[in-house]
Design a protein around this ligand. Structure first.
Ligand code: ZN
Length: 114
């Protein structure tokens, strides 16, 4: 997504931000470098701590749970977690709920994250 689908995802996130926060286009920014950095530095999380979720992020680190995941699930989870804190309005990330709405509009199926 960060390579091929970026224009579509940016449009969806930007339009959502413009409507929800009633801001100007120049107030919406994307931290793609940060998202890619979070993917590159993702670590395996402890399933006992985050039971029932596939991934989690604090905006800096992405944790991928050990719970049996296929390659495709791992990739989807990494992209999902990287989309958190990717779009900013006036320097602040969208709400988690807004991010999930945008991810669904881009085509993601229901994700399990914390
Ligand atoms: Zn999420």
């Amino acid at each position: 997504m960060f390579r091929d689908g970026l224009p579509v995802a940016e449009r969806v996130f930007r339009n959502h931000a413009l409507r929800k926060y009633r801001c100007r286009r120049r107030n919406v920014a994307f931290d793609t470098k940060g998202a890619l950095r979070r993917i590159r530095h993702a670590v395996v999380g402890d399933d006992r701590v985050m039971e029932g979720v596939l991934g989690c992020t604090d905006g800096i680190t992405i944790w991928i749970m050990e719970e049996a995941q296929t390659h495709s699930e791992i990739v989807s989870t990494l992209i999902h977690e990287a989309c958190h804190n990717w779009c900013h309005v006036r320097g602040r990330p969208l709400s988690c709920r807004s991010e999930h709405i945008c991810m669904m509009r881009v085509g993601e199926r229901a994700a399990v994250c914390c």
